[in-house]
Design a protein around this ligand. Structure first.
Ligand SMILES: Nc1ncnc2c1ncn2[C@@H]1O[C@H](COP(=O)(O)OP(=O)(O)OP(=O)(O)O)[C@@H](O)[C@H]1O
Length: 242
């Protein structure tokens, strides 16, 4: 659905240069995974694509429009890192959490048929039987499915996920990747996901962006997998002048 262009993006926190001249494009309906070592700037890059923070230079275009405009239109769904764990202490039910996805940036409920949409979103992620449960009672994998349902409730054209399988076991992780792949194939939602699970992620995503402050590789998952040794070299030893 949505096309994403990162043009020469750089970002710093105080004096630390975290991202340096990142340029790549994600075509409509593509599924891209961003990989790289801890602290490489992946989450920061995802926040910039979501329009939550602004780069010090460069720009992000979503369907040829500035990302801030796209964010206001509500076409971006963002699932932050550890979000489910952070909300686990709230005494909210799964339905209530998913309904939050219907609230737009102005704080208004986007759609009057809220209950019906919430049910449909839970069906889409295969979590309908969890609807009345407290979010904190669920397993990590179940919580992540609920967070994806919450993001989908806003009817996004672009879905951004920050390590959606962190803290989730291998079998449940594979199910989350399958779900994302299905959403990408059937609904055509463009997906950009940060992941450390290279094996699963490159199996389901069509392209890989390898980030170590700068972009060390951008290409097909197949190319990434067949050149893994070279990729590891790029990953750990790519030159970075921060
Ligand atoms: N809010 C912040 N204020 C200051 N520095 C920050 C902030 N958030 C992140 N950083 C720093 O920016 C760098 C990049 O962090 P980021 O979370 O983007 O990396 P990452 O690649 O997603 O890491 P990980 O794989 O460990 O989650 C790190 O050195 C981190 O300490």
């Amino acid at each position: 659905m949505a096309e994403v262009k990162l043009q020469d993006i750089s970002f710093r926190y105080n004096t630390e240069l975290v991202l340096s001249n990142i340029t790549f494009s994600v075509n409509q309906g593509e599924f891209v995974v961003a990989v790289g070592p801890n602290g490489a700037g992946k989450s920061t890059m995802l926040k910039i694509i979501a329009g939550l923070i602004e780069p010090i230079s460069g720009q992000v275009l979503i369907d040829h429009k500035d990302v801030r405009q796209a964010a206001k239109q509500g076409i971006i769904g963002y699932v932050p890192q550890h979000y489910a764990q952070n909300t686990a202490a709230f005494p909210a039910t799964v339905e209530e959490i998913v309904a939050l996805g219907l609230v737009n940036v102005q704080g208004a409920v986007k759609n009057k048929g809220a209950k019906h949409i919430v049910t449909h979103m839970l069906e889409l992620v295969g979590a309908q039987e969890l609807h009345g449960r407290r979010i904190g009672e669920l397993s990590g994998g179940q919580q992540q499915r609920v967070m994806v349902a919450r993001a989908l409730a806003g009817n996004p054209q672009l879905l951004l996920l920050d390590e959606p399988t962190s803290g989730v076991d291998y079998a449940a992780s594979a199910k989350i990747y399958e779900l994302l792949s299905q959403l990408n194939n059937t609904l055509g939602i463009t997906i950009v996901m940060v992941s450390h699970d290279i094996e699963n992620a490159t199996r389901f995503a069509s392209k890989v962006a390898c980030i170590n402050h700068s972009l060390c590789f951008f290409g097909s998952s197949e190319q990434f997998r067949t050149n893994h040794a070279t990729m590891q070299h790029l990953w750990y030893y790519s030159t970075y002048t921060g």
